[in-house]
Ligand binder design. Structure first.
Ligand code: NAP
Ligand code: MG
Length: 398
C-alpha cells in the first residue's frame, strides 16, 4: 500500500507519563503504517524541558507560528512534588500557558459523541463547543479584606498624571474587595478566534455575558464582539449561512439546556471554566473531548483536554496492566492531520483523519472500550481492553 503523502510538517510536541506512552503506540500502530508522517519533533517531556531551561517549549511555539499546525501531548505542569521527583532546576511554568502566551488564542473544547454513551441532557443531538477566553478577569484579580470602617475607591492614575476615582463602597464594618481587569487587545483576539472557528466549523456562534448589570466591563466585551463582527465577519457568515448573536449569560444557559447543541458558546474566562466542566461531565468524560487552541493569526494547536494520567503511569511502571483511553490523543492527531490536509490541499490526508476517527468510534460502538467508558456505557457487557489492545483494535478496524 502506498503511504499517504504530506508536504508540510506538523509541529509535534511530545509530553509526559501515560500520555507519552500512548503517543508512541498511536504513532506506531495508527499513523506510521499509513501516512508518510512528516513532523518537526519537540520533546516537551519534563526532563528535556529542564535540560533546555524550558527553551524547547518556546521553540515549539515559534515553530507553530512558522508551520501553522501543531499537535501536543499532555505535559506535566511542575509543582513542588514534581521538582523533587525529577530533580528540576526550577519549577518551570505550565507549557500550555507558555505556548498560549506566544500564540495568543482561544481554547475550543468539544465533546466527542459516540453511540452507547448518551449525554445526560436528552435534547442534545450534537456536541456543544465551549470557547473560553483565557485572559484576565477574576484570574488576574487583586483582592483585599477590609477589617474596619472606611471608603474604598476604584482609582486610576494615567501616565500623564490625570486621575479617575470612583467610590466602590463606604464600609461600616468588615467586608471584602476585588479589582479585576481585561484588555481590549485580548478581547479583540478572543473575538476573532471565535469568529474564525465558527466559519471553520460552520456552526452558529453565541457569546454571552452580563452587560445589563456590568454596564462598562461586560458591555465592552459585547461591543467589541459586535464591532468586529459587523466590520470583518458579517459578510462571510452570511455566505456560510451561519449566525452570530449576543445574549445574556442566564438566557444562554436556559437556551443551551433546551437546545439541540451543535453551536459554539463563547464564554468569558470564569464562565468558560465553569461551563466547560459542565458540558464535559454532561457528555461523559474528559477523555472524550477534543481541544484546540486557535490563534487570531490562524495557527492551530491540537491537544487532549486531560492530563498525563499519572495514576495509570505509575501502574504501568510497575508492570501492571492499564486501560487508559487514548481517544482524546488520537483526535488531537486527526485534528492536526485534517487541518494540514485542508491547508495543503491534500484531500487524502484529511480523508485519512476522518477514517481514523470513524474507526476509533466504531470500536467503542462495537462494545470494545477502555475501563472509563465501560463504567458509563449503556452497551451491555462491554469488553474492557487494555491501553495497547484498544489501539490495536482501532488499527484492525481501520
Ligand atoms: P489527569 O491526567 O487528567 O487524570 C486524572 C484522572 O482522570 C485519572 O487518574 C483518571 O481517573 C482519569 N483520566 C484522565 N484521563 C484519562 C484517560 N485518557 N483515560 C482514562 N482515565 C483518564 O490529571 P492528573 O493525573 O491529576 O494530572 C497528571 C498531570 O497532568 C499533572 O502533572 C498535571 O500538571 C498534568 N496536566 C496536564 C494537562 C495538559 O497538558 N493539557 C492538563 C491537565 C493536567 P482514574 O485514576 O480514576 O482512572
Ligand atoms: Mg476548571
Amino acid at each position: 500500500m502506498d503511504k499517504i503523502q504530506m508536504t508540510t510538517p506538523l509541529v509535534e510536541m511530545d509530553g509526559d507519563e501515560m500520555t507519552r506512552v500512548l503517543w508512541q503506540i498511536i504513532k506506531d500502530e495508527l499513523l506510521l503504517p499509513f501516512v508518510d508522517l512528516k513532523t518537526e519533533y519537540y520533546d516537551l517531556g519534563l526532563k528535556h524541558r529542564d535540560e533546555t531551561d524550558d527553551q524547547v517549549t518556546v521553540d515549539s511555539a515559534e515553530a507553530t507560528k512558522k508551520y501553522g499546525v501543531a499537535v501536543k501531548c499532555a505535559t506535566i505542569t511542575p509543582n513542588a512534588a514534581r521538582v523533587e521527583e525529577y530533580g528540576l532546576k526550577e519549577m518551570w511554568k505550565s507549557p500550555n500557558g507558555t505556548i498560549r502566551a506566544i500564540l495568543d488564542g482561544t481554547v475550543f473544547r468539544t465533546p466527542i459523541s459516540v453511540k452507547g454513551i448518551t449525554p445526560n441532557v436528552r435534547t442534545w443531538e450534537k456536541p456543544i463547543t465551549i470557547a473560553r477566553h483565557a485572559y484576565g478577569d477574576v484570574y488576574k484579580a487583586t483582592e483585599m479584606k477590609v477589617d474596619r470602617p472606611g471608603k474604598a475607591y476604584l482609582y486610576f492614575e494615567g501616565e500623564d498624571g490625570t486621575v479617575e476615582k470612583e467610590l466602590i463602597h463606604e464600609f461600616k464594618g468588615p467586608g471584602i474587595l476585588q479589582g479585576q481587569h481585561n484588555l481590549n487587545a485580548s478581547i479583540e483576539s478572543f473575538a476573532r478566534s471565535c469568529f474564525t472557528y465558527a466559519l471553520d466549523t460552520k456552526q452558529e456562534l453565541w457569546f454571552a455575558a452580563k452587560d445589563t448589570i456590568s454596564k462598562k466591563y461586560d458591555h465592552t466585551f459585547k461591543d467589541i464582539f459586535q464591532e468586529i463582527f459587523d466590520k470583518e465577519y458579517k459578510a462571510r457568515f452570511d455566505k456560510a449561512g451561519i449566525t452570530y448573536f449576543y445574549t445574556l449569560i442566564d438566557d444562554a444557559v436556559a437556551r443551551v439546556m433546551k437546545g439541540k447543541g451543535g453551536i459554539i458558546w463563547a464564554c468569558k474566562n470564569y464562565d468558560g471554566d465553569v461551563m466547560s466542566d459542565m458540558i464535559s461531565s454532561a457528555a461523559g468524560s474528559l477523555a472524550m473531548m477534543t481541544s484546540v487552541l486557535v490563534s487570531p493569526d490562524g495557527y492551530y494547536e491540537y491537544e487532549a483536554a486531560h492530563g498525563t494520567v499519572q495514576r495509570h503511569y505509575y501502574k504501568h511502571l510497575k508492570g501492571e496492566e492499564t486501560s487508559t483511553n487514548s481517544i482524546a490523543t488520537i483526535f488531537a492527531w486527526t485534528g492536526a492531520l485534517r487541518k494540514r490536509g485542508e491547508l495543503d490541499s491534500l484531500p487524502e490526508l484529511s480523508a485519512f483523519a476522518d477514517r481514523l476517527e470513524k474507526a476509533s468510534l466504531q470500536v467503542i460502538e462495537s462494545g470494545r472500550m477502555t475501563k472509563d467508558l465501560a463504567l458509563l456505557t449503556e452497551i451491555e457487557k462491554p469488553v474492557v481492553l487494555n491501553s495497547q489492545d484498544f489501539i490495536r483494535a482501532i488499527r484492525e478496524e481501520l
